[in-house]
Each structure stands twice: as structure tokens, then as C-alpha cells.
Design a protein around this ligand. Structure first.
Ligand code: SF4
Length: 149
């Protein structure tokens, strides 16, 4: 067996373990009312302490593992969302936070709204709610981490 392949197979479980233990999330609002963004900020405070799951907020898509989206996709934000997703390294995951991110929600049918973010990027975890409570966000992220593992 090629030494490079053997090394990769040996390291694969360790890399998966590290990724599961320390996912970096990038937050992007593609057109919502900011209600869910405030709940995400709450989730990052010591009161809810999402860092106990190893989750860290990251500013650059090039270093992020999970894209945490809020809001429906508008025509103005579609290309930006796709660009951010394309800049993230593989493997990567997307969590849709809030009802309008999952399906368009209250913005469905508006002239400039395309619908949920799954119109533009593949979604791995849907976390509904309007706004989405921090407990629901933590639960959704914990389930996504199980999927990653
Ligand atoms: S789901 Fe509700 S609270 Fe969240 S961004 Fe959409 S409209 Fe605002």
C-alpha cells in the first residue's frame, strides 16, 4: 500500500475527531429581519455557552467548517451567499437557522425573495423557529455534530 494512502487512513479518524470537537462557524444573514441573528449572538454568550461544545465563531469563510445562515435568500444576497460557500474548504456543512432561512417563512412570495437558503446552497441541518431560540440553535448544532461524527 502506498505510504501516503496508509498515512491518510491512519489519520482520518483523528481528523474527524478534531473536526467534531472543534467546529468553527461562520454566520451569514442573507436577508432576514435580524431576530435570529440576535438569538445566535445570545447563543455565543456565557449564559448559553456554545463554546462548551467546542464551537467557535469564525470571521473568514476560508477557516470555517459550518455556515450558519439566517434569513431567506434575496436576489441581492444570492451571489454573495454562493461565493461565501464556495470559499469554505471541504468538508463543509450548512445549518439553516430560522423559519425564513428554512423555507422563506414570512418573506415567502415577496418580489425580491427566492425562498430558503437551500435554493442556493445545500443545507445539512434545518433549525426552524421565528425567531429561533438559543436552545433550539444549540440542539440543531449538537445534532449536526453527530452527523459530522
Ligand atoms: S425566522 Fe423570523 S426572526 Fe428569524 S430572521 Fe426570519 S423573520 Fe426574523
Amino acid at each position: 500500500m502506498n505510504i501516503e494512502v496508509a498515512l491518510r487512513e491512519l489519520l482520518h479518524p483523528i481528523v474527524r475527531w478534531a473536526r467534531r470537537k472543534s467546529p468553527w462557524v461562520l454566520h451569514y444573514n442573507s436577508g432576514g429581519c435580524n431576530g435570529c441573528d440576535i438569538e445566535i449572538l445570545d447563543t455565543l454568550t456565557p449564559r448559553y455557552d456554545v463554546e462548551r461544545l467546542g464551537i467557535l465563531k469564525e470571521a473568514s469563510p476560508r477557516h470555517a467548517d459550518i455556515l450558519l445562515c439566517t434569513g431567506p435568500v434575496t436576489r441581492q444576497s444570492r451571489d454573495r451567499l454562493r461565493l461565501i460557500y464556495d470559499q469554505m474548504p471541504e468538508p463543509k456543512w450548512v445549518a439553516a437557522v430560522g423559519s425564513c432561512c428554512c423555507s422563506g417563512g414570512v418573506f415567502q412570495g415577496a418580489y425580491n425573495v427566492l425562498g430558503g437558503v437551500d435554493h442556493v446552497v445545500p443545507v445539512d441541518m434545518y433549525i426552524p423557529g421565528c425567531p429561533c431560540r438559543p436552545e433550539a440553535i444549540i440542539d440543531g448544532l449538537a445534532r449536526l455534530l453527530e452527523l459530522i461524527q
